[in-house]
Structures are given as structure tokens and as C-alpha cells.
Write a protein that binds this ligand. Structure first.
Ligand code: AMP
Ligand code: GLY
Length: 412
């Protein structure tokens, strides 16, 4: 099978590595750390023939309708079309689908710019923490969670009056603040059915002990010892299947990944958000534990028939991922620093080093983004995997490199 993966980060590197176990994989545009990266566009690759499957990594091309465009040319695609991708492209749309399907989620309302007074009145009825979200894609920066009502009011004003996120900021969702551990579940969907992969957890704050600003994710681990047996199957039955049914009623044949972000509250799991792609970096620890064929699974989903493959299987071993970030990430990441020590890190047993924000300088790999490398270790249990991941990351350096030291630590 020949597969084209679209994207350029750590998630796409992981997809290429796991798909590449039994398929020929090219990644467009990829990055210099990913073998098989090509600058040829996905359209040109498809036009050149013999592509069996296109897998979209990030949400932007999906929200822009590229999966539909390729499917219309007869290409087999893993990734929802424009309508399905609205689950991530508009938080108000996602919340409406959750409401129609009667799924547990935080209480909410959405407001457009002409309803500033109503938005502020609604906010005043909420209890802290106040949660304000820009409606559209905002590269992970559109969410404010704060205990301060005045900060929340300023944020609502800035978003609705100032258009701080351009089009994405013209509508906001204000919702009830929830608390509890967060977990990610990735559901591979064929339009009617889904299989949920083992849950993972992402560490979103930049600093140890969940301190400092939010990031795209500073580390991840799977399996999670604190979730009940059968959690993923329950998620499938109670959340994903009803969501697919709701989408089908609207004429949406969703073939791709639904990334369900949950908060495990005292009243049970509540859905924080849906994304329309695999998580980055949280899916990587799951994909690396997979022992059955990912390429066959995604191809079956893209064909609309998951019944033709057996349920996916996963190693009992643990995976821990630590992100090595560039100086000043996430505020103003510095790029262009030469990366040292990747080869030594890769020699640590059970370790894979994936390139996320990686470019080239003078023929060397160099930092090209905030989250630069993802160091993943597989070990017999979490503590072993953690030890190996930290041993490996200690060998990697560039000026200003930083990472969390408490990913998957017992105390988290
Ligand atoms: P989102 O982009 O919706 O995932 O939000 C980003 C982060 O904000 C989440 O990972 C949570 O940590 C936090 N968050 C989102 N919604 C809520 C909520 N209703 N209550 C508390 N925290 C939230
Ligand atoms: N790790 C969070 C995300 O992929 O959205």
C-alpha cells in the first residue's frame, strides 16, 4: 500500500513511522527529520498515480475542505470533509451537535459581536473558573480559563469588539468551568462505526506541576492507570456512536479521527471538545503502542467499512513522551538553533525521537518551531518508560532547550 501523509510535525512523523511498518509512506511537506518527506503537493502525488490512501494530519486542510476535494477525484482519504470538520472549526457548532445528541458537556452559550451586553450578562451568572473560547480555529490560543471575573469580561470584550482572532474571534462560547483530570480518546470512524484507541493524557502547561501558560502539549503518556477498565468502549457507545448518528442525520459521512477531549469530573466524564484529527503529541504514545496494522485500519475507515478489519491491538507496555521545546516557547519561541545529540538519544533502548518543529541550518538539523522534538520511550511500565525518555532527552541540547521534568510522574 502506498500512503501519503499530509502535515509536517511530530504527529505526522509518528503516523509515518507506524504506517511505514507495512506500507510505503511519503509525507508532504514533512520536515528534515522525517524520512520520506517530499515537497511535492498531495495533488501532484495523487496525479502521479498509485496512491492508495491519503491521511491528513492537521485540522486546517480538513476545515478548508481538502478531503472532499480529493475524495471527489476518487482518492481514498482518511479525514473528514468540510462539514464534518466543523466539529473542530466551530466550537459553537460542536456544542450544538453535543446538545442535539444529548451528550454530557459543560453548560454553554455562544454570542456574536452584536450581543456583547448579553454575553457579559451571561458571564455574570457563571461561577469561577470562567471559560471563554473563540469560536473558530485559533491555533490553540483561543481559550481563557480564569478565576477573575474582570479578566473574563475584558477577554469577552477583546474577542467580540476587537476581533482579536480575526474571523475566529467574532463569536465566543462562554461555558461552565469544570474540573478533574483530562484525558484524550482517539476514535477511528468509518461514517457509521468507530473504534476507540486506548486513552492518553496530554500535559498542556509549559512548566512542572502544571504551571505557566498553556501550550500545544509538553508531553503525554499511555496507558493511564487511573481510568476504569472498559472506559474506551464506554466512550464509543455513549459519545462517539451517538455523535456519528447525529452527523449522519445531517448527511455527514464522517471518515476520519474524532479526538474526544474529556474531563473526568465528579459527575462522570464530560466532553470538553472534539477535534477532527489525531492529537499532537497525545496520539503519538498511543500509535507507538499499536501492534496491529494502522494502515489497514485507516484504509478500512476511509472505505467506510471498519468491519473488514479485526479490532486493533496494543502492547501492554507503557509509552511516555517528553517534548523538547525551544527557548521562550510558548511566548515567543526562538528558532534557528542547531540541535545536538539526537543520535545519542536514539541509542537509548526503546527510544524514538520524532521531529516536530524541525528545520535545517548549514546542513544541520535546527529548531524551526516551539515544540521541536518529541522523545518517546516504550518500557515495561510507566516508570521504566519515563526513565528511558528522560535519559534520552538529557542527551539532546541546543541553547535555551527546555522540557518538563514531571511528565508521567507518579505525583501528577
Ligand atoms: P480546548 O481548546 O477547548 O481544549 O481548551 C483548552 C484547555 O482549556 C483544555 O485542555 C482545558 O485544560 C481547558 N478547558 C477547556 N474547557 C474547559 C472547561 N469547561 N472547564 C475547565 N477547563 C477547560
Ligand atoms: N494536544 C492537543 C491537541 O492536539 O489539540
Amino acid at each position: 500500500m502506498k500512503i501519503v501523509v499530509v502535515g509536517s510535525g511530530g504527529r505526522e512523523h509518528a503516523l509515518a513511522a507506524v504506517l511505514g511498518r507495512d506500507a510505503e509512506v511519503v509525507v508532504t511537506p514533512g520536515n528534515p527529520a522525517i524520512e520520506g518527506s517530499v515537497s511535492t503537493s498531495v495533488d501532484d502525488l495523487v496525479a502521479a498515480g498509485d496512491v492508495d490512501l491519503v491521511v491528513f494530519g492537521p485540522e486546517q486542510p480538513l476545515v478548508a475542505g481538502h478531503a472532499d476535494r480529493l475524495r471527489a477525484k476518487g482518492v481514498r482519504v482518511f479525514g473528514p470533509g468540510l462539514e464534518g470538520a466543523r466539529l473542530e472549526g466551530s466550537k459553537a457548532y460542536m456544542k450544538m451537535i453535543l446538545e442535539e445528541a444529548r451528550l454530557p458537556t459543560a453548560k454553554w452559550e455562544s454570542f456574536t459581536g452584536d450581543r456583547l451586553d448579553d454575553a457579559l450578562s451571561y458571564l455574570a451568572t457563571m461561577k469561577p473558573p470562567y471559560v471563554i473560547k473563540t469560536d473558530g480555529l485559533a491555533a490553540g490560543k483561543g481559550v481563557l480559563v480564569t478565576d477573575s471575573l474582570s479578566e473574563a469580561e475584558l477577554d469577552v470584550r477583546a474577542k467580540l469588539e476587537g476581533g482579536s482572532f480575526g474571523d475566529a474571534g467574532q463569536r465566543v462560547v462562554i461555558e461552565e468551568g469544570l474540573s478533574g483530570p483530562e484525558v484524550s480518546v482517539f476514535a477511528v470512524c468509518d461514517g457509521q462505526r468507530a473504534v476507540c484507541l486506548p486513552a492518553a493524557q496530554d500535559f498542556k502547561r509549559v512548566g512542572d506541576g502544571d504551571s505557566g501558560p498553556n501550550t500545544g502539549g509538553m508531553g503525554a503518556w499511555s496507558p493511564l492507570p487511573f481510568i476504569p477498565e472498559g472506559f474506551e468502549a464506554e466512550v464509543n457507545k455513549k459519545f462517539i456512536e451517538p455523535t456519528l448518528a447525529e452527523l449522519r442525520q445531517r448527511g455527514i459521512d464522517y471518515r476520519g479521527c474524532i479526538y474526544a477531549g474529556f474531563m473526568l469530573t465528579e459527575d462522570g466524564p464530560k466532553l470538553l471538545e472534539y477535534n477532527v484529527r489525531f492529537g499532537d503529541p497525545d496520539s503519538q504514545v498511543v500509535l507507538m503502542r499499536m501492534t496491529s496494522s494502522l494502515s489497514e485500519l485507516l484504509a478500512a475507515a476511509a472505505d467506510g467499512d471498519l468491519t473488514k478489519v479485526a479490532a486493533p491491538t496494543f502492547s501492554n507496555e507503557a509509552a511516555v513522551l517528553v517534548v523538547a521545546a525551544s527557548e521562550n516557547y510558548p511566548i515567543a519561541p526562538r528558532i534557528g538553533d542547531v540541535i545536538e545529540g539526537i543520535d545519542a538519544a536514539r541509542e537509548v533502548p526503546g527510544v524514538t525521537v520524532l521531529g516536530a518543529g524541525v528545520g535545517q541550518r548549514d546542513g544541520h538539523l535546527a529548531t524551526a518551531g516551539g515544540r521541536v522534538l518529541n522523545v518517546i520511550a516504550i518500557g515495561e511500565d510507566t516508570s521504566k518508560a519515563r526513565e528511558l525518555a528522560y535519559e534520552a532527552i538529557s542527551k539532546i541540547s541546543w541553547p535555551g532547550e527546555h522540557h518538563r521534568s514531571d511528565i508521567a510522574a507518579a505525583s501528577v
